[in-house]
Unconditional design. Structure first.
Length: 309
């Protein structure tokens, strides 16, 4: 009996230790705003420091592209995005955040810097992999845009749908310059369910239900990697972000709801792109854990929301 009890206690302790990992990391990681990054001009070799989101905006639109081992997919995305922005004569910058890639993601991106110049495209190379949330956070905290778009490197969402997001932002942005517009694939759910394997459909619907119960009430698709933030909203949201890997999108939207920042969901065109590194079962378990962590930490006051300076 004593042995069984001992084993039971060890198992419970191990589960609690695993469950508390995101919480422990949130207190041991350096503050996100404390990181300093430089970008390099490949033509001259000169290095300059990235600015801070706490400074005034310098361009109309920043696009932050988190990238991990994306040398094969990012070229198509950059080609389409640059063409779109040039056609519309947008005053823009693109920040490619290389999240500790082991391939030539940075080198490929720097070829575009050679063509476009550092005022248009800058590469932020993180020495260690921080997770997608950490990469997006660092890019946004060092962006110059009045508006900031988070966009995936695989071009799964058509860049022309940015027109819809910008149009909605003009409608919802409040007098304090606060607003978040989220690209959504919710309108594609029935078609996706028909094509997916049965267990993936169960995991998808279960995740959406948990998100609604535990964290976010007003947005159906929290995971689409196509989100537009006003500068003031991005400043306060990403300064408060604790999760740097799974479910960071959910935490961002949870904070936005808690602060009554205007939120809008807009349908976008999206397609599955080959080359995804996502492991469905592992991701489902970790995301489920992080949803519970978000709910518990904010409800119990372990995590608090601080107003940006």
């Amino acid at each position: 009996v004593e042995f069984v009890l001992f084993v039971f206690i060890l198992v419970v302790a191990a589960v609690l230790w695993w469950f508390s990992k995101p919480v422990r990391q949130s207190f041991t990681n350096p503050p996100a705003s404390s990181y300093r990054h430089v970008y390099r001009d490949p033509k001259t070799g000169e290095q300059k420091s990235f600015p801070s989101i706490f400074e005034p905006a310098g361009v109309e639109l920043s696009l932050v592209v988190p990238a991990y081992n994306e040398e094969k997919r990012i070229q198509k995305m950059l080609d389409e995005t640059v063409q779109y922005l040039q056609d519309r004569r947008v005053d823009y910058e693109i920040i490619v955040v290389d999240d500790g890639s082991k391939d030539k993601t940075s080198q490929v991106s720097l070829e575009y810097t050679k063509k476009l110049g550092t005022d248009r495209l800058r590469v932020m190379t993180l020495k260690e992999n921080q997770g997608k949330g950490g990469a997006v956070q660092q890019g946004i905290l060092h962006a110059r845009g009045k508006y900031i778009l988070m966009v995936d490197a695989d071009a799964a969402t058509e860049i022309k749908d940015l027109d819809r997001l910008r149009g909605e932002m003009r409608k919802i942005e409040d007098r304090k310059g606060m607003g978040v517009v989220v690209g959504s694939r919710a309108h594609m759910q029935e078609e996706a369910t028909a094509k997916r394997k049965w267990y993936r459909s169960i995991l998808m619907h279960g995740f959406h239900l948990l998100v609604y119960i535990l964290a976010v009430k007003t947005i159906k698709d929290t995971q689409c990697g196509f989100k537009l933030f006003s500068r003031n909203a991005a400043r306060i949201l990403f300064s408060n972000l604790k999760l740097r890997r799974w479910c960071f999108d959910v935490e961002i939207l949870h904070i936005a709801e808690a602060l009554s920042i205007p939120l809008k969901e807009v349908a976008v065109n999206w397609q599955e792109v080959p080359g995804s590194k996502l492991k469905v079962l592992e991701a489902s378990i970790l995301m489920g854990r992080d949803l519970v962590v978000i709910r518990a930490c904010y409800m119990l006051g372990i995590w608090t929301i601080k107003k940006a300076r």
